[in-house]
Write a protein that binds this ligand. Structure first.
Ligand code: ATP
Length: 275
């Protein structure tokens, strides 16, 4: 019997046999852990980028993932989103979805959204149109551009624009937004897909102090309803959002806890400060 069957996990044909826009909403998340990564390893040409990693994220949590360059943060995100398949281990979403059995598109549909460091909004389109295009269903771009939105859809766009602080800018072309506003718009575009888990890579890189503060407030306000994992190098920002922190080192978890716990952790001090 394979691991999925032993654990009573849903196989991909069970998860996607009924492909609907709201597959993610049908996920069983009745218990508190939303993402499990257990004994996960992956090697590239003999080099272990992820080494027997165990990582758990609770539903509604805001988690920061930190670690030096090459610690394995991007590879870990690639594994969660299906871009890279590990050599060993299991990656479970909710109580019952085996992510290793799904491809990247299916993982996105299951409710995992990823935002890369560089904002990738459609610069020639308005904020409204960017949010509209990101709406959670399986319409084609052509259909979206040629059909009329119903009032619930307009409400959803306005609600998200308000959440990301861009309600007054709905008719502005995205190319004219500041760097910080583009980052918030892209977070809004992710939210349009109603993800259960958001993976956000270095959201505050290149932001002004004020934009950084607003981003912290935004992520804190989204947690609870959403589960968020933020990869971030800016320690001041990590401290300011007071999230639980996981320190990755050589592809495995070195320490986990509050920022204060991390700063006082002997292993962290040894690795980072050479103490
Ligand atoms: P950074 O903060 O610089 O983005 P990171 O913590 O995200 O670093 P990864 O990009 O996950 O680290 O890389 C972990 C290690 O795996 C690095 O040594 C990297 O060179 C190696 N690596 C990652 N992807 C590949 C690949 N496709 N082929 C070979 N080596 C890889």
């Amino acid at each position: 019997m394979n691991v999925s069957a032993q654990r009573g996990l849903l196989r991909r044909d069970k998860v996607f046999g009924f492909l609907t826009p709201a597959v993610g909403q049908q996920l069983d998340t009745t218990h508190s852990t939303l993402l499990y990564m257990e004994n996960v390893s992956v090697s590239f040409d003999g080099f272990k980028a992820i080494d027997n990693l165990n990582f758990y994220v609770d539903k509604g949590e805001l988690r920061c993932l930190i670690g030096a360059n090459g610690a394995g943060k991007t590879t870990m995100m690639d594994i969660i989103t299906g871009k890279t398949k590990p050599d060993t281990g299991s990656v479970i979403f909710g109580k019952n979805v085996d992510l290793l059995d799904l491809n990247e598109a299916e993982i996105a549909i299951a409710g995992i959204g990823r935002k890369f460091q560089k904002p990738t909004v459609f610069e020639n389109l308005t904020v409204f149109a960017n949010l509209e295009l990101a709406m959670a269903d399986f319409k084609s771009v052509w259909w979206t551009l040629h059909s009329k939105l119903n009032s619930a859809q307009v409400d959803q766009i306005e609600h998200i624009a308000s959440t990301i602080g861009l309600l007054d800018m709905l008719n502005k072309q995205a190319g004219y937004l500041s760097h910080g506003q583009k980052q918030w718009l892209e977070i809004g575009m992710l939210l349009m897909q109603r993800p259960l888990l958001l993976l956000i890579d270095e959201p505050v890189a290149g932001m002004t102090h004020q934009e950084m503060e607003k981003t912290g407030e935004l992520l804190q306000s989204l947690s609870g309803d959403h589960t968020i994992v933020v990869v971030e190098h800016d320690m001041e920002f990590v401290r300011s959002i007071a999230a639980r922190v996981t320190v990755l080192n050589q592809g495995t978890v070195l320490a986990e806890g509050s920022m204060a716990d991390i700063q006082n952790n002997d292993d962290v001090r040894r690795v980072y400060l050479g103490e």
